[in-house]
Design a protein around this ligand. Sequence first.
Ligand SMILES: Nc1ncnc2c1ncn2[C@@H]1O[C@H](COP(=O)(O)OP(=O)(O)OP(=O)(O)O)[C@@H](O)[C@H]1O
Ligand SMILES: [Mg+2]
Length: 262
Amino acid sequence: MAKASEFLEARDLTRSFGGVLAVNSVSFSVGEGELRGLIGPNGAGKSTLFHLISGHFYPDKGSLSFYGGHIEHKSPAARAKMGISITFQAVHLFSGMTVLENVMVGAHTWTKHEWIEASFRLPRCRREERSIREKAMWALEMVGLDGYKDYLAETLPLGRQRALQIARALCGMPKLLLLDEPASGLRGDERRELLSLLEKLHENALTMILIEHDVDFVTQVAERITVLDQGQVIAEGTPDEIRNDPLVISAYLGTAISHEVI
Ligand SMILES: Nc1ncnc2c1ncn2[C@@H]1O[C@H](COP(=O)(O)OP(=O)(O)OP(=O)(O)O)[C@@H](O)[C@H]1O
Ligand SMILES: [Mg+2]
């Protein structure tokens, strides 16, 4: 199993938008099999940091290594092929497509050459489609949506749409899954279902980083939590250390972090 510094390591990652330093010299590492929490007030830079890891944004400076190799200049497709998957903060579904079809799209990290083969339906592509369908069914079973595979995706309630997003990411057989606020807007029972799904994925040794606003939710699953504020890491530690960290408390301007949504 790769050590933290050999699995995912960010050094001095920095990205600004115009005059806004969204991510400011962030260094941190995540170990293989870990479930890391990533918290911080609105606009702290959490989603930007995810996009720097997934390749949807490139850093202005700094480095990012995955399994010991530099990836900061690789495309999102190349990073997806290496095993980095992301579920976005907003739910993106293909309406008019079934749950199964929506998940199968997640596995299409094809090259241009493979797309040309696919359009001619060559035997290799038919085999590939079969294998994608099998992976998609496995992913739907993992998230408990196999019974809904033929439903139109947009007809599912929010909790199941979020599970569908996770299934889509799982279909690419990731080694690192980035989850951007998967619990946001969910009801109590939906949050409990999500929690047990995260526990199950964690037991299956999938490495995950979870962005979440509700500290109680994060502390139930994450072993360590990294806190961002104004683009910088202000704390990192166990859930107990984070709850009692004065910098974290003041970042939330006196919000009681023990039992409230922050
Ligand atoms: N594409 C962009 N163009 C311009 N500014 C951006 C862009 N993306 C993010 N920002 C700015 O960067 C800062 C960090 O935003 P980011 O979305 O990463 O924060 P966040 O921690 O995910 O916030 P939230 O909890 O609200 O999701 C904010 O000031 C935001 O307005
Ligand atoms: Mg965000």
